[in-house]
Design a protein around this ligand. Sequence first.
Ligand code: THU
Length: 124
Amino acid sequence: MKPIDLIKQAVKAQNNAHAKYSDFTVGCALLTKDDDVILGCNIESAAYPSTMCAERVAIYAALAKGITRFKAIAIVSPLSAKPCGPCRQIIHEYLSDIPIYVSNGKTDKYETHHISDLLPHPFG
Ligand code: THU
């Protein structure tokens, strides 16, 4: 699957985000080794720390389905935000050093990162 097609899937997930507190919607699409796509969006809570990021929703959903091998991950948000610290830790632990595509989902432009660059000297 081309990066741009995975990004389009992430936009679909972004449209399902529950972000009424921050109004910052994030979507994530995780491409599995078997070419399935697992989606995630951010889900916010009135008890703010209970909020969950789009990346971890997708990764945890994949793991819950017994899927442990991945090819790529796409993340879309209004500011093309890179994953937050806790998501970087989970990406390090549960995804291999796969391409991380980051986009605002509005154009065909995207950045490609690797967790080894985003999280140098990881814990664990
Ligand atoms: N958010 C994500 O979904 N992923 C990140 O990597 C950073 C932040 C969400 C959490 C919250 O719902 C909103 O963005 C603002 O922080």
